[in-house]
Design a protein around this ligand. Structure first.
Ligand code: NAI
Length: 320
């Protein structure tokens, strides 16, 4: 079809591509000229067991449709083996989609070290290991595209998901740093917080909602971000699902600025707490340098008044 985004001669590695979102990515890229490494450990959504079947089914599907694909069954914790599969089979890697994931949902009170460690291993260490192994190839060829996968649970927190939300917000900081380090080598990294029907969500969402959240509807955003035409959209955080795509950014309240001397007491902060929470004139910082200007302003200020202090409810309290 004229005008469609294509990935001919490019090699795409997709982790956790045996089902859900990963499978949707794999079949898409396989149908648009890319050579696809379909990685999947083939375990349960809780990270138990393993099997070659999940990856094999997707590879066979891509091949049956005329595409090129190979399977890899390693855990993402062994990312170097996954990237090596790409190099051995196709001689290069252009695009890495860090997508594999598991859940070990349990209230924080009952969370075991194993629940914490396994989620960290798959999401955080797994994304790191795959990107780390791909990085020298990207730098050498001055080309690379990476998508990491966060979650609304990471951005906002969610009951029963302390482990998962910590691992998912980690993807944001990881991506933002890779975006900065990769930019001069034309390595573009973005992070998505998707929402889609999959075995992960099928037990927690009603069927009519799932019907409107097809994994295929996350694909177009990812396809645009990793396309060679994207030279500038780097380090972005995107929410995507059900046909909706939006970008996130940090917002800072105009804030409370006090002279940092001995008048800078807890009571002085409490007295003007509403300013800390005042988003009527927000700022959108993009890096630590935005903070330095504020510090300079603070240094120029006169001393604070040391009058009556207020507590959080606005009542007068003797706090200093
Ligand atoms: P899914 O369970 O269908 O797919 C995840 C795949 O990763 C599975 O095929 C699984 O076998 C594989 N996998 C798990 N551990 C692995 C490991 N150690 N090494 C290699 N492969 C492994 O789930 P879904 O929904 O497609 O999730 C994909 C990604 O999107 C995950 O990172 C998930 O946390 C994230 N996500 C999904 C949301 C949704 O609404 N479906 C919401 C927010 C985030």
């Amino acid at each position: 079809m004229a005008g469609e985004l294509r990935y001919d001669d490019q090699v795409v590695v997709i982790t956790g591509a045996g089902g859900g979102l990963g499978k949707a990515y794999a079949t898409f890229f396989g149908s648009r000229g890319a050579k696809v490494v379909v990685n999947d450990l083939g375990g349960s959504f809780k990270g138990e067991g393993n099997s070659t079947k999940a990856a094999d089914v997707v590879v066979n599907e891509i091949k049956a449709a005329g595409g090129q694909a190979v399977a890899n069954y390693d855990s993402v914790e062994n990312g170097e083996n996954i990237i090596e599969t790409a190099i051995q089979a196709f001689g290069r890697i252009d695009i890495l989609l860090n997508n594999a994931g598991i859940l070990r949902d349990v209230s924080f009170k009952n969370m075991s070290d194993q629940d914490w460690d396994l989620v960290m291993k798959v999401h955080v260490k797994g994304a790191y290991k795959c990107a780390r192994a791909a990085w020298p190839h990207f730098r050498k060829q001055k080309y690379g595209r990476v998508i990491n996968t966060a979650s609304a649970a990471g951005l906002f927190g969610n009951f029963g998901q302390a482990n998962y939300s910590a691992a998912k917000l980690a993807q944001v900081g990881f991506t933002e740093t890779l975006a900065k380090e990769g930019a001069k080598y034309n390595i573009i990294c973005n992070v998505i917080a998707p929402i889609a029907a999959s075995r992960m969500t099928e037990t927690i969402m009603p069927p009519d909602m799932l019907e409107n959240l097809k994994p295929e509807w996350v694909v177009p955003l990812v396809a645009v971000l990793v396309h060679k035409s994207n030279m500038t959209e780097n380090g972005g955080i995107f929410e995507v699902g059900g046909g909706h795509i939006a970008k996130y950014r940090w917002e800072r309240s105009s804030g409370l600025l006090l002279k940092a001397d001995d008048s800078y007491t807890p009571g002085a902060v409490l007295k003007q707490w509403s300013k800390v929470n005042d988003f009527s004139n927000p700022q959108y910082p993009t890096g630590p340098n935005d903070f330095m200007g504020l510090l300079e302003e603070s240094m120029k200020m006169g001393p604070n008044d040391k009058g009556e202090k207020l507590d959080f409810t606005g009542k007068v309290a003797l706090v200093t």
